[in-house]
Design a protein. Structure first.
Length: 407
């Protein structure tokens, strides 16, 4: 029986006490944004102590604009395009798929091979026809919702490349599956031929080592596809893909899903951005918190395996055993045109707002200080007057009384 489970906070350890000497930074290629950000940090703090330095800071901004190398004027990076991985346009994919499927179905020699041999033969034929990376469309874009596409759109848009991977998996299931018993899957065959008798943890570490940190959304999707191809768990990239490409009011049930071309455009613009592993991990929280689900045979082990993979990728578990909820939205604004200038102007506006706020605070503090000074002066005058009044009206009587002259 599953008892109450509690976890200490878990996170990756980062070595921050390196004894390597600091690297000298070159000014070449430094953007105006970087210089302005440094100016903001270096100048506002002294301004608080020494009074407003608005004029000096504005001079610094002017100099930064004048002397900053135009690094941000370089040609914009081309957006990701799945067509670069295939030698044929999408309109030609359907015919090639059908030809290869018929060839494999009529290849009697497949019956005389081992399961591993059939798997390798089919994989090699797909590489020969569609290219070495024939699975990349399914691995990267298969996470996008394409259920609203018409049959025609599936053959004339880039979705056609995803169907190559779908056909491949069907072929593996049909032809490799004939050689398997009830306790063996096609993923088991692929695992054995790629990793031998390595343990789950060893395979996880080997696959993760292929992708440097920080993980991008692209590498995250490829990593998951590799793990799943050998029978290890999904990480939840499909849900994450929806989170970064769909707005809150866009869903299949309401019938207002964007077109495939629009979904692909959004996905291509974020695919090489850093992945938010923490947000990805929180998709597992409903299952972690469902005690009835976690009691089902095999579920606990599979979920804990996914937890281990996510923690190794950098996700943080809270003391309640759930992944800590991120404080920021994962959705990325996608309406910025390629080739547009960087956001230095926005940073300037933000910087000037800080300056105005700082000047206002100084002005208010000065007014309050003046009021306090005036109040102090009035108080001192009143105290002096009160003392004089007291001394004048409460002097002890002089013996013998006052003479007429003293009176």
């Amino acid at each position: 029986m599953l008892h109450n489970i509690s976890f200490a906070p878990v996170k990756n350890n980062v070595i921050n006490d390196s004894k390597l000497p600091p690297v000298t930074q070159s000014s070449f290629g430094v953007s105006f944004r970087d210089i302005l950000a440094g100016s903001k940090q270096n100048n506002i703090a002294p301004a608080i102590l020494l009074g407003s330095q608005r004029d000096k800071i504005m001079d610094a901004i002017a100099q930064a604009r004048a002397f900053t190398p135009p690094a941000f004027s370089a040609p914009p990076k081309e957006p990701f395009n799945i067509r670069t991985f295939y030698s044929m346009p999408p309109e030609e994919v359907s015919a090639l798929r059908k030809e290869l499927t018929e060839e494999l179905n009529n290849n009697l020699s497949l019956f005389g091979m081992t399961a591993a041999g059939v798997y390798e033969y089919i994989e090699n034929r797909y590489k020969e026809v569609f290219g070495e990376d024939f699975l990349i469309a399914q691995n990267l874009q298969g996470n996008l919702c394409g259920s609203l596409l018409s049959d025609e759109a599936k053959e004339t848009t880039n979705y056609a490349y995803i169907q190559i991977g779908i056909d491949f998996n069907i072929a593996i299931g049909n032809h490799v599956g004939k050689h398997l018993d009830m306790n063996t899957s096609t993923a088991d065959i692929n695992r054995e031929r790629l990793y031998g008798n390595m343990s789950d943890r060893e395979i996880m570490d080997t696959v993760m080592a292929k992708y440097p940190q920080p993980m991008t959304i692209r590498s995250l999707a490829l990593l998951e596809s590799e793990l799943v191809s050998v029978g290890l768990n999904y990480l939840g990239v499909g849900k994450y893909a929806n989170a970064v490409t769909l707005h809150a009011d866009e869903c299949v049930t309401k019938g207002n899903m964007p077109s495939w071309e629009e979904l692909e455009r959004r996905w291509n613009k974020v695919i090489d951005k850093p992945a938010d592993i923490q947000h990805l991990a929180t998709f597992l929280n409903p299952t972690l918190g469902d005690r009835q689900e976690m009691r089902r045979p095999g579920v606990f082990q599979r979920v804990m395996q996914t937890v281990e993979m996510l923690v190794k990728l950098g996700a943080v578990l809270g003391p309640d055993g759930l992944f800590v909820e991120p404080k920021k939205s994962v959705f990325v604004e996608l309406d910025v045109k390629l080739g547009a200038p960087d956001d230095s102007d926005d940073l300037v506006d933000e910087f000037l707002k800080d300056l105005e706020k700082h000047d206002k605070t100084l002005s208010e503090n000065k007014e309050q200080l003046d009021k306090n000074r005036e109040l102090k002066e009035v108080s001192e005058k009143y105290s002096s007057y009160s003392a004089n009044f007291y001394n004048t009206n409460h002097l002890p009587p002089v013996k013998g009384g006052l003479t007429s002259a003293e009176g």
